[in-house]
Design a protein around this ligand. Structure first.
Ligand code: PMV
Length: 325
């Protein structure tokens, strides 16, 4: 058998309506749907080589040879692809992200989306975009949203087949920019897989989930009509609600640092002074500051000047996952 090899890339994404908590942990079927935007300049490039001479999977991720739990997660994901292709061949993975991993910039989203597409391509499996999105979801929930293009909604569903993401608006629908204010480049203490397990332990999670359809509707409408004011209100509220769940679960997860709050306050102050700007925060201390592209320089300068901000990253709206060779 020849070497079966393919390279694929996928952008990271930032959720406007967040995914936090699963109804099925093994299948990563979420308790609520979510909406996101792909981030064009923050992506992962992954090469998968299925080689009959290998007796185990191995992976080099950002120059580090993977072992333990991280390797097991990759290998389990490859098993899903192998099972669908009816092969047992082991693979070598080489993956590089052009942004720091584990700091709340959803590196697992781009990584598992790129891995899924490269593996499927290497084994010449035919899959629809929805099937590919559902496959990526098994590796990391948010990875399902890095498969389709532009602005994306992940429909929660109630089975493997019905839980997938699709594009709700193309890349050029709205020139938004994410200015990520980095407070820390250190790896976060509690990853999102563990975090999803604790979501149900917060007495507030039931209220969050019960209200999710309303927030999804408001967000989708504001996004499709490019109504920044309405968009900012629901996106910030959704992020704050998710962090309230994190802070009130067992164990309590506090991802914010003092500088996180400083940035949030500055975003609110700038918006009150007329700048179209909003914040949203994932499972880390860094703050995603979103604004129309015309304001990105001004926002970048303003957040860089704040105490505790060590750097910024910038990304516009990104495409869906693509095959490189
Ligand atoms: O895909 P995961 O398991 O890394 O979870 C992502 C969770 C958040 O980033 C906090 C929210 C989201 O919807 O991206």
């Amino acid at each position: 058998m020849p070497l079966l090899k393919a390279t694929a890339c996928a952008c990271s994404n930032i959720a406007f309506i967040k995914y936090w908590g699963n109804r099925d942990d093994a299948l990563r079927i979420p308790v609520n749907g979510s909406i996101s935007m792909n981030l064009d300049r923050l992506y992962t490039r992954t090469t998968v080589t299925f080689d009959p001479n290998l007796n185990a999977d191995s992976a080099l991720v950002d120059g580090r040879e993977m072992s333990g739990g991280g390797m097991t997660r990759i290998s389990h994901h490859l098993d899903q692809v192998r099972r669908r292709a009816g092969v047992e061949t082991r693979a070598r993975i080489e993956s590089v992200s052009n942004f720091p991993a584990g700091v709340g910039i959803a590196s697992s989203a781009s990584a598992f989306a790129a891995l899924s597409l490269a593996a499927v391509k290497a084994l010449d499996l035919r899959m629809s975009e929805a099937e590919l999105s559902a496959l990526a979801r098994l590796g990391s929930g948010s990875a399902s949203r890095s498969i389709p293009t532009g602005f994306v909604e992940w429909f929660a569903g109630d089975s493997h087949e019905s839980s997938f993401a699709a594009s709700i608006a193309p890349v050029d629908h709205w020139a938004l920019v994410d200015v990520v204010a980095l407070v820390s480049k250190a790896h976060k203490a509690t990853g999102s897989t563990e975090g999803h397990h604790t979501a149900a332990t917060s007495p507030l999670q039931a209220a969050r989930v019960a209200d999710a359809a309303r927030r999804l509707d408001l967000c989708r409408k504001a996004l499709l009509s490019r109504d920044f004011e309405a968009f900012a209100e629901v996106v910030e509220q959704d992020s704050d609600i998710m962090h309230a769940i994190m802070m009130t679960g067992k164990p309590a997860l506090f991802y914010w640092q003092p500088a996180t709050l400083t940035i949030m306050a500055e975003v609110r102050r700038l918006r009150a002074s007329g700048l179209p700007l909003l914040y949203t925060i994932d499972a880390g201390p860094n703050v995603h500051c979103l604004c129309p592209a015309d304001y990105a320089d001004q926002v970048d300068q303003a957040v860089r000047a704040l105490p505790g901000v060590v750097d910024t990253l910038r990304a516009g709206v990104g495409h869906g996952a693509w095959v490189e060779s």
